[in-house]
Ligand binder design. Structure first.
Ligand code: HEM
Length: 529
């Protein structure tokens, strides 16, 4: 049999190969009956379409356009559907629906020195393990824990303001604001995690290339995550993993990992006490308790689950999950303020009035409680989240084996489905016909029913069991630092009318956002009021 097939293959291999490829492409197109859903023609045949769309760094724009063109369901890949109707948030991400994170997420796992992938709270697709992990660390992120982090945020904010004065305001130098806010966000999360800043702001530099490292990592994750199989040939290829496992090769510790290991070693006695006796056994430093102490407390409470390695991974993954996302959201707030002088002036009036009336005691160090009494600030922040949500791809979930009904359609098990925040946030029937315009007033004018609907459609933090666990921490940072910066400096664009450019590497980072700072005089503050 084999002897008769081999000569045939030798003569006709090109034909056989073409036939196999054709069959594979047709199988992709008609796979699971998804061919009835519209989308780019190529996307139905191969995931290379979405790989290149992500590589082009503008998929959020492509997704908005595709949904405008094709409606609420768009096929983005042979096995991938994107949904645009806000109703799908509950249907896909709702609790106990049985959907799991897709293979996009393990691409985001780090590798241990022994060559094993290290699934973090963010990247794990094992939902049972995730639930257990989340139960162990939930209290670290609760609203009541925020008071422990506020002094840590304040300390970084003080450095941010004094360095902004020294480097930019006093010298008249222009500032790469998107980068400067990245330094702030990385330093503040370092301080919340280990009680110590990494030193980006003090040095005005990317210490050990951490910011660049995270940017490169996300730039890899965006496109490769569209075809996760590629990861096993690239970052997690067998040769690399095995040579690490067998000790033939040593992975150099990244600066972030080294920083994490050093901080933990400096406090090894303190951590040992917490592990054995709990947090009450160690004195707090000026009322603050950092993540490292709290994760170690979780280890005290759940020794069977929280290992030393998991405490280290948890600390490190906060840097990855919580810095770039916060920096992007801060940039968006300032960008839209500068682009909309009317809104900027109105917000300054609110802030200056609050200082005058005593609702804010110190304009350069606004407390969390004070920030919660400023409705226009709240509207501006919500509107910036709406216009520029940090995540710029669909948050992929795999449909459970038995299939699921989404928007009245029976979607087969194993299909990858999801929503993109950029698409949901531009829905005219939810946010109004001017949904493409930055207009914070929509958050103030809305009736209670409408407001509830608008809030339920906001997707910048995801939704359901895998929603952002750091949401409260990031809101604490944002609601405090925005009024502090605005109260201290007037911010003007370096070049009037210049638009920024954006770069979608899973999270949509801003480029070319340069500004100048002028210290606000007391007179100026009174005039604006
Ligand atoms: C404005 C800032 C932030 C934004 C826009 C943001 C966005 C998100 C989103 C969209 C997800 C869900 C991803 C998905 O379902 O695919 C997520 C998850 C997560 N975020 Fe955030 N995040 C922010 C800040 C933070 C901060 C400050 C921390 C840490 C202190 C953090 C830690 C995490 C973690 C650990 C997860 C995984 C949660 C889980 O799966 O249980 N994030 N974030």
């Amino acid at each position: 049999m084999l002897t008769s097939i081999l000569p045939f293959l030798k003569d006709y291999w090109a034909f056989v190969l073409s036939l196999l490829i054709l069959l594979f492409l047709l199988r992709n197109k008609y796979f699971n009956g998804l061919h009835k859903y519209p989308g780019p023609a190529l996307a139905a045949y191969t995931n290379w379409w979405r790989f290149f769309d992500a590589l082009n760094r503008r998929p959020e724009k492509t997704h908005i356009e595709l949904h405008k063109q094709h409606g609420d369901i768009v096929r983005l890949g042979p096995n991938v559907l994107s949904f645009a109707d806000p109703k799908t948030i509950k249907e896909i991400y709702g609790l106990n629906k049985g959907f799991t994170k897709s293979e996009f997420y393990p691409v985001q796992s780090a590798i241990s020195p022994r060559g094993k992938p290290l699934p973090s709270l963010f990247s794990t697709i094992d939902e049972k393990r995730h639930a257990q992990y989340r139960r162990c660390v939930n209290s670290v992120f609760s609203m009541t824990s925020l008071i422990h982090y506020e002094p840590l945020v304040d300390s970084t904010t003080r450095v941010f303001l004094s360095q902004t004065e020294k480097l930019f305001s006093a010298t008249g130098e222009s500032c790469n604001f998107a980068r400067w806010l990245q330094y702030y966000a990385f330093d503040v999360i370092g301080e919340i995690t280990w009680g110590r800043r990494v030193g980006f702001l003090e040095g005005n530099e990317d210490v050990g290339g951490i910011v660049e490292f995270v940017a490169d990592f996300l730039a890899y994750v965006g496109p490769v995550g569209q075809m996760p199989i590629l990861d096993s040939f690239l970052n997690k290829n067998v040769l690399k993993l095995k040579s690490l496992e067998w000790g033939l090769r040593k992975e150099k510790l990244t600066t972030a990992t080294k920083f994490a290991v050093d901080r933990a070693s400096e406090r090894v006695d303190e951590m040992q006490t917490i592990k054995e006796k709990g947090l009450e056994a160690v004195p707090t430093r000026s009322g603050s308790i950092d993540f490292l102490s709290k994760f170690t407390q979780a280890q005290h409470d759940h020794p069977e689950f929280m290992t030393d390695d998991l405490v280290l991974t948890s600390c490190l993954s906060m840097i990855f999950a919580g810095s770039e996302t916060t920096a992007i959201s801060l940039s968006a707030i300032f960008y839209y303020l500068i682009k909309n002088p009317r809104v900027y002036a109105k917000l300054m009036t609110e802030l200056d009035n609050a200082v005058e009336s005593g609702a804010i005691i110190d304009r350069s160090l606004v407390t969390w409680a004070e920030s919660q009494k400023l409705p226009y600030l709240d509207a501006v922040i919500q509107e910036a989240f709406r216009m520029h949500p940090a995540p710029g791809l669909i948050m992929e979930r795999t449909v459970p084996d038995h299939g699921a009904e989404i928007l009245g359609e029976m979607i087969p098990g194993g299909t990858i489905v999801g929503c993109n925040a950029w698409v949901l946030h531009r829905r005219a029937e939810i946010f109004g016909d001017d949904a493409d315009v930055f207009r914070p007033e929509r958050w103030i004018e809305a009736s209670p029913g409408k407001l509830k609907e608008m809030k339920a459609t906001m997707f910048q933090f995801g939704a359901g069991a895998r929603t952002c666990i750091g949401k409260n921490v990031s809101l604490l940072e944002i609601y405090k630092v925005v009024p502090a910066i605005l109260g201290t400096f007037e911010i003007v664009p370096e070049q009037e009318g210049k638009e920024w450019t954006t770069h979608n590497a899973w999270f949509v980072r801003q480029l070319d956002f340069r500004v100048k700072f002028r210290r606000r005089s007391d007179q100026g503050k009174k005039k604006a009021a």
